[in-house]
Design a protein around this ligand. Structure first.
Ligand code: GLN
Length: 546
């Protein structure tokens, strides 16, 4: 039977709960304990798929096609597992399920209430993931902050679980913030005490309190939290801000969290092996020669919108022993100003996924720049549409080549709905989502990168390459290096006469892991690192040791 760890948050949001969950996963996995993770999101949307990236950050997609919160990406990267739809639960899903059951008459005339009907549905989701994954430990992050009205049913369900599975099989971890007052130069524990009180009022006494802070936490502060919040002294775990998120598992392990969880949950004791993480963090901290990459997108003000892309670039950069200098370029500014001087120093251009017309012409401009100046280019989903539009304009000699997403009446719809997709105009539930197979063409850059001919990658899009333009673009030098096994869908394309210009219809960024960079990102950086731009010098011998 699986054991459960519930992680709640207090004081403020964005305190690092997601990374704490992911890091607990890492330190348990390093002891040969199998883990999986689940995120409970208290909003009423069924999934974040239709939410603006400005509000929600990136939408992470699982292999089986669930559109989820970006925290799932961190769980996957830290625990190195592929999660499924059961790992993402929202209040919207829970309420629609309960209401559907009521309409079907499943409750036989009963009065439907938050307790027990909604909480039972929530507990079913905990148990479903435990059964399906067969993990030793299921780590569950309760989204939001303790005290929010909408999070109450989740907390109540978490409380009820204690009696169902028994005290040894459940653990409550509360992550809080210790604010620092500059005037008195001290960390304050009062907000933590209040949020623990709030948790207790619901019936949950935390076993462990992880204290996020930008300053070192003294013994005195730890003693105070232990006393006022009624947790063991060794269960007050300092979580001081570190330069890289990949260091958090090492910090938690050093603070004794791994052993504490093993003892409290009576798990099989095993020596942890975090050597790979230590190597990774050492590498990150070593000074390295930078590679300048421009990320051209429309949500660049909120960098969380491209979380997995940034991480995948980071993994690839480390593989080459270099440092990432990421230049965030607003596609809208590029479109409106027409000034591409911001691209002059960059060694590679990446155009990530996105929806809607805003900033598209700026992205096309960046693709023209990459093609003409022979700068490595990687296009991800929308970034492939942009590359095809740009190449289409060049090959067809018409500025009007476009995707019907941006111009429904274009005379050259190089990207379009496929004939069997026409009529799908609703925004929810009409996308190609999750893993689809793709066959790579021998000798292509894509095949070289992957080192295999059949791959599976995660998708999230509606529009496709329009096959009516295949021949004409091919004649001008476009290579279709990845196709669906039936040959109907273009999955990867490349520009032939170019050092490295490749785009894919899928999202490789979701599959990249620290220590195992995704092959397309790895080769993109591999090509970019050797490009010399204006005013640059060849890299110093410093980087040759890698
Ligand atoms: N907007 C495009 C489509 O729907 C691309 C989507 C994406 O980049 N994820 O097909």
């Amino acid at each position: 039977m699986s054991k459960y760890i519930f992680v709640t948050g207090g004081v403020v949001s964005s305190v690092g709960k997601g990374i704490t969950v992911a890091s607990i996963g890492t330190i348990l996995k390093s002891r040969q304990i199998s883990v999986t993770a689940q995120k409970l999101d208290p909003y009423l949307n069924v999934d974040p798929g239709t939410m603006s990236p400005y509000q929600h950050g990136e939408v992470f997609v699982t292999q089986d096609g669930a559109e989820t919160d970006l925290d799932l990406g961190n769980y996957e990267r830290f625990i190195d597992v592929s999660l499924t739809t059961e790992s993402s639960v929202t209040s919207g899903q829970i309420y629609s399920e309960v209401i559907a059951k009521e309409r079907r008459g499943d409750f036989l005339g009963g009065t439907i209430q938050v307790v027990p009907h909604v909480t039972t549905e929530i507990k079913n989701r905990f148990k479903l993931l435990a059964e399906k994954s067969k993990a030793d430990v299921v780590i569950i992050e309760v989204g939001g902050t303790v005290g929010d009205i909408e999070g109450l049913p989740f907390l109540e369900a978490a409380r009820q679980m204690r009696n169902e599975v028994g005290r040894d099989n459940i653990l409550y971890v509360h992550v809080t913030l210790l604010p620092y007052l500059t005037s008195t130069k001290e960390l304050k524990t009062k907000p933590t005490q209040h949020s623990v009180n709030e948790l207790r009022r619901i019936g949950i006494q935390p076993d462990i309190i992880a204290c996020r802070s930008d300053y070192p936490i003294s013994e005195e502060i730890k003693n105070k939290i232990s006393l006022f919040c009624d947790v063991e002294r060794k269960a007050v775990i300092p979580l001081t801000t570190v330069p890289t998120i990949y260091e958090v598992p090492l910090v938690l392990e050093e603070e004794g969290l791994g052993q504490l969880i093993v003892d409290k949950m009576k798990l099989k004791p095993q020596k942890p092996d975090l050597s790979q993480w230590k190597e990774l963090v050492n590498l990150i901290k070593t000074p390295r020669e930078p590679v300048k990459i421009a990320l051209v997108g429309k949500y660049v003000e909120l960098q969380d919108a491209y979380f997995s892309v940034r991480e995948a670039l980071q993994h690839a950069i480390l593989h080459h022993g270099r440092d990432l200098e990421l230049i965030w370029v607003s596609s809208e500014t590029l479109e409106n100003s027409g000034d591409d001087s911001v691209l002059r120093p960059v060694q590679g251009i990446i155009v990530p996924g996105g929806f809607g017309i805003r900033g598209i012409e700026g992205m096309v401009r960046a693709a023209t720049y990459a093609r003409e100046k022979k700068i490595p280019y990687l296009g991800l989903c929308l970034g492939m549409h942009v590359m095809v539009i740009e190449f289409g304009r060049y090959a067809l000699g018409s500025d009007e080549a476009n995707s019907t997403e941006f111009n429904a009446d274009t005379p050259h719809p190089v990207i379009d709905f496929l004939p069997d997709q026409k009529g799908q105009k609703i925004k929810g539930g009409t996308m190609r989502l999750g893993n689809y197979p793709c066959k790579l063409v021998d000798g292509s850059r894509a095949a070289k990168a992957y080192g295999q001919s059949l791959i599976e990658e995660r998708h999230r899009h509606r529009y496709e390459f329009n096959n009516e333009y295949r021949e004409r673009l091919e004649k001008a030098g476009m290579v279709y290096s990845g196709l669906s096994p039936d040959g109907r869908l273009v999955e990867v394309c490349e520009v032939a006469d170019h050092p490295w210009m490749l785009a894919c219809q899928f999202h490789p960024e979701f599959g990249s892991r620290p220590g195992h960079p995704h092959p397309l990102f790895r080769d993109f950086i591999g090509a970019a690192k050797d490009i010399l731009r204006e005013g640059a010098q060849p890299p110093l011998p410093l980087s040759s040791q890698y």
